[in-house]
Design a protein around this ligand. Structure first.
Ligand SMILES: CC(C)(COP(=O)(O)OP(=O)(O)OC[C@H]1O[C@@H](n2cnc3c(N)ncnc32)[C@H](O)[C@@H]1OP(=O)(O)O)[C@@H](O)C(=O)NCCC(=O)NCCS
Length: 239
């Protein structure tokens, strides 16, 4: 079987949408959604399964792709941990897909049909009760230099294809609510919110742990009687 390929548009789509099938100012033909169509000389993105030798490169790619997202989220979104990532390669049932243009990694996706690994928090019953057969997507990232050129859409197309050929009814993934770009991107592609696990915070009127400086009372002046007693006692001992 040949490697699936897809042409990617050379430049990000522009905001202004000309009418369906019309040409833009530069004379490039656009499709119905107002996006530039790829031309025969545009770069081609290919997909393949990961090899062990790719692991370090993919790890670095993931850190780079999530750097901006991680700046804005309470929890580091992805990648979770290097140890976990390296272990995943040896886990049965996990698909790790590398997307390349001319040998450079432009995207990565990781998915599994079953909830895998001991450190997983997914409640399988949730899906069973709803008769859902999900493809769980653990990672999905596009290199920042390739954003907006249809690479992500190709990744999603590939994931949907995997679900389809395996008879799976849904694609399920986790995204931070404040990763607004991705959230909007998923919504546009038919994803709907399943659950509502969110981080909450309440502000507390703070107080320092240690108390402020406290004035100290002046030394008490001894009473005349006490002074007299002190003198008597001193005399008795001296004698
Ligand atoms: C979310 C993400 C996968 C999208 O990938 P992508 O390759 O940019 O996706 P596409 O090119 O197929 O689509 C991008 C959309 O944004 C628009 N866009 C235009 N210019 C853009 C730009 N400079 N950057 C990003 N998107 C742009 C595109 O027109 C397209 O619009 P559409 O939704 O109407 O089709 C990618 O931004 C990403 O990897 N983000 C960081 C990691 C992340 O958040 N992953 C998901 C968390 S689980």
């Amino acid at each position: 079987m040949g490697v699936p390929k897809r042409r990617v548009t050379k430049k990000p789509a522009v905001a202004k949408k000309p009418a369906r099938g019309k040409r833009d100012g530069a004379g490039k033909k656009r499709d119905g959604a107002g996006k530039k169509r790829a031309k025969p000389d545009d770069p081609v993105v290919t997909v393949r399964r990961i090899h062990r030798r790719d692991l370090n490169r993919v790890w670095e790619f993931l850190k780079l792709s999530f750097a901006k997202v991680n700046l804005e989220t309470v929890e580091y979104q992805r990648p979770r941990s290097m140890k976990r990532f390296m272990r995943t390669y040896d886990e049965e049932g996990v698909e790790q897909l590398v997307f390349e243009v001319d040998g450079a990694i432009v995207a990565y996706a990781e998915c599994a049909h079953e909830v895998l690994g001991k450190d997983n928090w997914i409640n399988e019953n949730y899906f069973e009760r709803r008769k859902m057969e999900p493809l769980f997507v653990e990672e999905l990232a596009v290199h920042p230099d390739w954003n907006g050129r249809g690479v992500g859409s190709f990744v999603m197309q590939q994931l949907e294809h995997l679900a389809k050929v395996r008879g799976l009814s849904h694609i399920v993934l986790e995204v931070a609510e404040n990763n607004e770009h991705a959230l909007q991107w998923y919504r546009k592609r038919g994803f709907r919110k399943l659950d509502a696990a969110i981080f909450m915070s309440m502000s507390v009127d703070t107080e320092p742990e240690l108390l402020p400086p406290q004035p100290v009372k002046p030394r008490a002046m001894p009473s005349p009687d006490a002074l007299a007693t002190e003198d008597d006692t001193a005399g008795a001992t001296e004698g």
